[in-house]
Design a protein around this ligand. Structure first.
Ligand code: AMP
Length: 308
């Protein structure tokens, strides 16, 4: 079984969508990534930080899914990272209402001894210096390093972000962020510019419009499954990343052909995440449900056509 180390926020989120509003609930990039990746059977662990206000029951939820949380530091007299967002009517865009870094502001990550030989490294969304520090603590380079980030870090920590982006293999970001990162409107040109920054593989997430995978002139597109009910897109991007790295960890294959399947796996997992508020749907998701939906993905995209 391969090892997968996940870095990212473990957080409190307060979310508002046209369908309702939550108080502080469990959220965070590493939370969504790990819940999603846990469906693929890798031995996974999280590196993150929370405050004394973070319920132990939330960590137990992760442990129940065999996610190792030894690398989640608890700062007893500190407050957990808090994010709040409000979605527009079409659910495709959102406004961030609050990003309170709290304990994340002075976080010094420590990779647990038994994850220093991790096969795969998923650098989820958080401070790029923390992402870099984790890379430095792993003596032998993992088979694949994937990074996810967002506009907040581009706005506030550009230089640190450029440094870590130069060290990774795959970047996953949304279309708006790809444009901000590259200064290009065309996503094809954006991917080319991002390749030049370091990553050989660029995955651009387009919400309900699917995801694109770019690698040296090759492009692959995975649709998002048209869903009857979408309640809350929070965490969909991270859940996608978790499905992507989960599939790669299970198969151990880092070829472009297998990354195509990883993009489908990510899209598949993300389609569940949005069906309920917060992490709720991901907590009850079963292997059977995932397999059934994979078939729907196949049927959605397969066609025969004669070339004349
Ligand atoms: P997504 O909807 O996939 O972009 O991810 C939403 C999750 O990202 C939420 O659970 C938040 O807690 C977390 N998040 C929001 N802003 C940040 C940030 N600046 N850094 C790290 N994580 C964040």
């Amino acid at each position: 079984m391969s090892k997968l180390l996940i870095v990212g926020t473990v957080a409190f989120d307060a979310i508002e969508t046209p369908f309702g509003k939550t108080d502080k609930i469990l959220g965070g990039a590493a939370t969504y990534i790990s819940l999603s990746a846990s469906q693929f059977g890798a031995e996974s662990g999280i590196v993150s930080v929370v405050g004394g206000d973070f319920p132990k029951a939330y960590l137990s939820k992760l442990n129940e899914r065999k996610i190792n949380t030894d690398g989640v530091e608890i700062i007893e007299n500190g407050k957990t990272f808090f994010w709040s967002g409000k979605y527009k009517n079409d659910l495709n865009s959102r406004d961030t209402l609050a990003t309170d870094l709290n304990v994340l502001a002075d976080f010094n990550p420590v990779v647990p001894e038994n994850f220093k030989d991790t096969d795969f490294l998923m650098l989820g969304n958080l401070h790029p210096s923390v992402q870099m520090e984790v890379i430095k603590q792993i003596p032998n380079r993992p088979k694949l390093v994937v990074l996810d980030t967002m506009n907040f870090w581009m706005d506030n920590t550009w230089d640190e972000l450029m440094e870590v982006i130069a060290k990774i293999d795959v970047i996953t970001i949304n279309d708006e962020e790809a444009r901000q990162l590259s200064g290009e409107y065309s996503l094809v040109k954006a991917a080319q510019k991002i390749h030049e920054m370091g990553p050989k593989f660029v995955v651009i997430k387009k919400g309900e419009h699917g995801a694109l995978l770019f690698n040296d002139g090759n492009v692959f597109f995975a649709p998002a499954l048209p869903l009857e009910d979408v309640f809350d897109p929070t965490g969909a991007g991270d859940t996608f990343a978790g499905g992507f790295i989960g599939h790669i960890s299970r198969t151990g294959d880092i070829s472009f052909e297998n990354m195509k399947r990883a993009v489908i796996a990510g899209s598949n997992l993300a389609s569940f995440c949005v069906e309920k508020f917060g992490t709720e749907r991901m907590e009850t998701l079963t292997h059977d449900e995932i397999q059934k939906r994979l078939l729907q993905f196949k049927l959605l995209t397969q066609f025969d056509i004669e070339l004349s």
